[in-house]
Design a binder for this molecule. Structure first.
Ligand code: NAP
Length: 323
């Protein structure tokens, strides 16, 4: 343990957060970011977590049933658990959007949308991903009036109604199963003839009498008067009458931001990391869905594990003990 780290932890937190100098600034408040912050705190690093919103994609996930030790929990409920755990370590959480990370000598300045600047020796990028849009007529127009990207937020609004879920991955499956608890009928519209979701999810959907699959179909348009009334299928021209449409067609990393700060990304915009979660920039680490670490396998448990590894690597970088 370096003297510097021990000494800094003894300072009383009386000054504004941005006047201090940090060992680690974690950017992003999903499972990867929270795990990174918890591990950083346990290494006695002076850490701070800056995030636009607590929880990231977990806000938009229904039931989580594959996080070891927790049988079944709603995404937003898991966020509460994560932050309850983080609070124990007194890591400050700042709700703000990071718009830039600039190197200044051997430190970084993490700059937010409200002009706050956090000086730090290391940065952990855990920004997650941003949900994709379909890009069809009616999608924008009916946003909040039947079009949704968040099943746990909006499912209760569709009690005894008819809804469609668009997509064929785990998010679409998870959303359709949650929606089936409220809605009278759930159509799952997928552009291929088979789902890419986990087999367990597919089985649950098949067993649910409220769920009907519409394969080999793309949504061409979403229509209605005041609220959504139908979706039109491109291939057949069929109109399916629904009260709501949940769009679950995947997500993309914030590639533009990564380009701006100079971290190397793969062809799809995910941060390229080594097995210790380090990036091409010494002192900047990355974890979770925004990285290429586990390929397309984006799981909460994986993101949390990568956050822990990133914090361990940041610690070793600071004390100059390389493995
Ligand atoms: P995903 O796995 O990338 O699946 C997106 C789905 O949407 C695919 O079926 C894709 O079709 C379809 N799609 C993409 N663009 C489309 C378009 N323009 N029009 C129509 N359909 C389109 O995304 P995801 O389901 O959001 O999952 C993201 C990651 O999170 C995955 O790694 C997933 O495993 C993970 N996740 C895990 C859980 C869990 O473990 N409980 C829950 C949710 C998410 P194609 O099949 O043709 O590509």
């Amino acid at each position: 343990m370096s003297l510097k780290i021990t000494f800094r932890r003894l300072e009383l937190p009386t000054r504004p957060l941005e006047e201090k100098e940090y060992d680690v600034v974690v950017i992003g408040g999903g499972p990867a970011g929270v795990a990174a912050a918890i591990y950083a705190a346990r290494y006695m690093l002076d850490a701070i977590l800056v995030t636009k919103e607590k929880g990231g994609q977990l806000n938009k996930i229904g039931y989580v049933e594959n996080y070891p030790g927790i049988l079944k929990i709603m995404g937003p409920e898991l966020i509460d658990r994560l932050y309850e755990h983080l609070a124990k370590y007194k890591v400050p959480v700042v709700l703000d959007e990071v718009i830039d990370v600039k190197r200044e000598e051997n430190k970084f300045n993490v700059i937010t949308a409200s002009d706050r600047v956090f000086k730090t020796e290391t940065v952990i990028l855990a920004l997650g991903v941003v949900k994709r849009k379909l890009g069809v007529p009616g999608e924008e127009e009916f946003l909040g009036r039947g079009v949704s990207y968040c099943a746990p937020c909006d499912a209760p609004l569709f009690k005894d109604k008819v809804v469609a879920v668009v997509g064929g991955g785990d998010s679409a499956a998870s959303a359709s199963l949650l929606l089936a608890e409220y809605a009278r009928k759930v159509y799952v519209i997928h552009r291929r003839s088979r789902f890419r979701a986990q087999p367990y999810y597919i089985r649950q959907m098949e067993l649910n009498p409220k769920i009907e699959f519409i394969f080999n179909s793309n949504v061409a348009e979403i229509g209605g008067t005041k609220t959504v009334e139908w979706v039109k299928i491109k291939e057949t021209g069929r109109k399916i009458f629904v009260n709501g449409v949940f769009i679950e067609i995947g997500a993309d990393p914030p590639a533009e931001f990564f380009r701006k700060i100079g971290v190397e990304t793969d062809g799809k915009g995910y941060v390229k990391v080594s097995k210790d979660q380090s990036t091409n920039i010494p002192g900047i680490f990355a974890a979770g869905d925004c990285t290429n670490a586990a390929g397309a396998f984006k799981q909460i448990v994986v993101a949390a594990a990568q956050g822990a590894i990133a914090a361990d690597s940041a610690y070793r970088y600071i004390i100059k003990e390389f493995r």
